[in-house]
Write a protein that binds this ligand. Sequence first.
Ligand code: AMP
Length: 112
Amino acid sequence: MNDCLFCKMVVGEIQPDVVYEDEQVLAFRDIHPKAPTHILVIPKQHVATLNDLQDTKLAGHLLQTVTQIAAAEGIAEAGYRTVINCNNAGGQEVYHLHLHLLGGRTMTWPAG
Ligand code: AMP
């Protein structure tokens, strides 16, 4: 999509701090980190929200990418949090599906 921030990253128009990339997904550091490790994992194809995610293979690959990055970042054993904000009440600001990977500190619950 032309005016989608994360699509612009996929095509290289905007260059985020990439930590992982393959044919289907891109992962990069959040520009306003909420934890010592805060990485966003996105599908390269434009999927606006979690409600629009139809491809179960892609869904699995997104989750697997999170676990692989958590291991690579050294936070898998201590633990981390994965968040998907969906739509307005869910706190979604960028309407291109993304999984937040947050770690490097102890999380509190419930989330705000
Ligand atoms: P959400 O509220 O779930 O839609 O999260 C959107 C996330 O995108 C926020 O954590 C922002 O800090 C992050 N973000 C916005 N612009 C950029 C950017 N240019 N590079 C990296 N992360 C970004």
